[in-house]
Design a binder for this molecule. Structure first.
Ligand SMILES: Cc1ncc(COP(=O)(O)O)c(C=O)c1O
Length: 335
């Protein structure tokens, strides 16, 4: 009965042309972007133009060497979440390096970009009472998942349309907690958000800014921190989410935040949400109390899914190794 149910569902998916068959690929580190493609008994070389390894750093000798040496020194796998088996020293070093890269107080590494967006937006939206999240219509699915998970109200503004965004902000009123969620570089169209003008609006209406720099980290800005760095507005953005994936094809995602979002899920510490008028001065104490209770409850949730077992950039010997690699990537960088 159940089998029949799933079978007919799959038949429907096939009929609609939505059944996905993933390519069986083996990348060739010596000849990027070539890979061997297998299909049954057939095997041939193909060029992978749609990889996210924009700079080909996933096969860079420095990256491979750092990963091999670290695996030899510390072994592979974390053996559990941070809750269970402790925090990896390499991850702690990486978080400090990422916070410095984005000029933020702290950073938190997750297992993927998807998880970071889902956990961070989900948590922020849930912690702010009566929160309204204003989301660009072309935001990535992971941001949408986070917004949905937060349970907060959501309004979608037309892509990069500041007039539309301003209308929504004005309508929400100054005292309602608001989060503007957007990307810096939209990968499907290649267009760039007017970050500075979005920050102007955020400041005018007392909103928090949440910026996904996934497609820009490593490629833009003097130190490769992304479009916000290139535009000189990094300090005006509250939360920046990025990834080592595009930079080095290493599966680590992080989220860095400014001092007024003092949120430390790793250690279950206090959260102080006193973002410019966002909660109003009368409600601030109450908000902080509720936020810290909420955080204690969900403190380790992102990490339960974000295990530390992927080798990733955490394999590098020290922080210079981790982001020193970014500085080797000069030729590919646009700023
Ligand atoms: C804008 C954006 N954010 C987040 C993600 C998720 O990143 P990841 O592939 O590391 O899960 C993607 C994935 O392509 C993305 O395009």
């Amino acid at each position: 009965m159940l089998r029949h149910h799933f079978q007919s569902y799959l038949d429907g998916v096939r009929r609609e042309g939505r059944y996905r068959i993933f390519a069986d690929l083996e990348r060739d580190a010596a000849r990027p972007p070539y890979a061997r493609w297998r299909d049954g008994s057939n095997c041939r070389d193909v060029v992978v133009w749609c990889s996210n390894d924009y700079l080909g750093m996933g096969r860079h000798p420095l990256v491979i060497d750092a990963m091999v040496k670290t695996a030899q020194r510390t072994g592979t796998g974390a053996g559990g979440t941070r809750n269970i088996s402790g925090n990896s020293h390499a991850v702690i070093t990486l978080e400090a390096e990422l916070a410095d890269l984005h000029r933020k107080d702290a950073a938190l590494v997750f297992s993927s970009g998807y998880v970071a967006n889902e956990a961070a937006l989900g948590t922020i939206g849930r912690l702010l009472p009566d929160c309204l999240i204003l989301s660009d219509e072309r935001n990535h699915a992971s941001m949408i998942a986070g917004i949905r998970a937060s349970g907060a109200d959501k309004q979608i503004f037309r892509h990069n349309d500041l007039d539309h965004l301003e209308t929504m902000l004005r309508h929400a009123g100054h005292f309602r907690p608001k989060v503007i969620a957007f990307e810096s570089l939209y990968s499907m169209d290649g267009d760039i958000a007017p970050i500075s003008r979005i920050c102007d609006l955020a400041e005018k209406f007392g909103a928090i800014t949440y910026l996904d720099e996934v497609h820009a980290v490593g490629l833009y800005g003097a130190r490769g921190a992304g479009i916000a760095e290139r535009d000189g507005v990094m300090d005006r953005v509250d939360v920046i989410e990025g990834t080592g994936e595009r930079l080095r094809r290493c599966r680590r995602l992080y989220c860095s935040r400014r001092g007024d979002l003092r949120h430390d899920p790793v250690r279950g510490a206090e959260l102080h949400l006193h973002h410019r008028n966002a909660t109003g001065s009368g409600g601030r104490r109450d908000t902080e109390r509720r936020a810290s209770q909420e955080l204690r409850r969900c403190a380790h949730r992102p990490l339960a899914s974000g295990r530390q077992d992927a080798p990733g950039i955490a394999q590098c010997r020290n922080s210079d190794d981790v982001f020193g690699l970014a500085h080797h990537s000069g030729p590919g960088r646009r700023s």
